[in-house]
Design a protein around this ligand. Structure first.
Ligand code: GLY
Length: 258
C-alpha cells in the first residue's frame, strides 16, 4: 500500500553534540558518524517510494534534526506544534516554510501557548491520533489538537506516559493492525485491540521503527525486533541510529512522513 509520497528531513547540525539527552552516559554524538547515518536514513527512505525534502542544518537548534517534533502532518492538514522543550521551541518557526510547499495557508493550523505539543508524542492510526501527555505535551496542547483534528473529521485520544520522552519512544503503529509496544505501553488498555508485538526490554529502543509504504525501517543492532517485524511479513531496511540514540532520538523523530 502506498500511503506516503513525501518525507521532510533536516540535516543534523554540528551543535547536535549539545542536544538534549536523558542518557549522558552514552557519550556525545560523533558528528561525522551522525552525518553518515543521516545519509543512510535518506537512502533508505528513497527506497520506499517517497520523495525526500532535505532541509539545511540549523546551528541555532541542536535538536533540529528531529524534525518530527515541530510539526504534525495528517492527510487533511498540517499542524505546527509548540514544542515543550524551551531550547527547541523556535524550531516551529523554521519548519513552516517547508510545510507551506505542500499545504495552503488554510490547511495549516497552529498549537498556541500555553498549549505545548511535540510531534513525537503523536501516533497516527488511520484518522485517529493517540497523543502522549508527557513532559513536552500538555493538557492544553492536547485539547487544541483534539479541536483541530475534529474540524477535519479526525479524532484524538490521550495516553499518559511517565517513563519515556515521547509516546513514540515506546510504541509505534506499523499499519495492518500491527503495533510495536515496549515498557510502560505493553499493558495500556487503549492498545488491546491491536496485534501487539511486545519488544523485549533490552531492545526497547527499537520499538521506534517506521512503516513507509509497506517497508519497515528498523534500527540496526536489534535482532529480536528485526525478526519480529520480518515475521509479520514486512520488507525491512536497517539503518544505524547510534548517534541519535545518544540524544533520545530514533527513526521516527528524524522525519515527517506524509
Ligand atoms: N534530544 C531530543 C529531544 O530531547 O527532543
Amino acid at each position: 500500500m502506498k500511503k506516503f509520497s513525501h518525507v521532510i528531513v533536516r540535516r543534523p547540525c554540528r551543535a547536535m553534540v549539545d542536544g538534549i539527552t536523558s542518557a549522558p552516559e552514552l557519550g556525545k554524538p560523533d558528528y561525522e558518524l551522525a552525518l553518515k547515518e543521516h545519509d543512510d536514513y535518506i537512502a533508505a527512505l528513497k527506497q520506499c517510494d517517497v520523495d525526500v525534502t532535505v532541509l539545511e542544518a540549523d546551528e541555532r537548534y541542536p535538536d533540529s534534526c528531529f524534525v518530527e517534533d515541530p510539526a504534525l502532518i495528517t492527510r487533511k492538514c498540517a499542524i505546527i506544534t509548540n514544542p515543550g522543550a524551551a531550547s527547541r521551541n523556535g524550531e516551529k518557526n523554521e519548519i513552516i516554510g517547508a510545510v507551506k510547499k505542500f499545504f495552503s495557508d488554510d490547511q495549516i493550523e497552529y498549537i498556541q501557548s500555553p498549549g505545548t505539543l511535540e510531534g513525537g508524542d503523536v501516533m497516527m492510526v488511520g484518522d485517529h491520533f493517540y497523543v502522549g501527555r508527557s513532559a513536552r505535551t500538555n493538557e492544553e496542547g492536547i485539547r487544541q489538537l483534539t479541536e483541530i483534528l475534529a474540524k477535519y473529521g479526525m479524532t484524538c485520544s490521550e495516553v499518559p506516559l511517565y517513563k519515556v520522552l515521547h509516546l513514540k519512544t515506546g510504541v509505534n503503529y506499523l499499519e495492518d493492525n500491527n503495533m510495536l509496544v515496549s515498557g510502560e505501553f505493553v499493558e495500556k488498555p487503549e492498545f488491546e485491540k491491536y496485534n501487539k508485538v511486545v519488544i523485549p526490554e533490552e531492545e526497547a529502543y527499537a520499538a521506534n521503527c517506521i512503516w513507509v509504504n509497506d517497508t519497515v525501517i528498523v534500527p540496526a543492532g536489534y535482532p529480536a525486533v528485526l525478526k519480529a517485524v520480518q515475521d509479520l511479513g514486512y520488507k525491512t531496511l536497517l539503518v544505524d541510529t547510534s548517534e541519535y540514540r545518544k540524544l533520545d532520538g530514533g527513526l521516527s523523530c528524524l522525519s515527517l512522513r506524509f
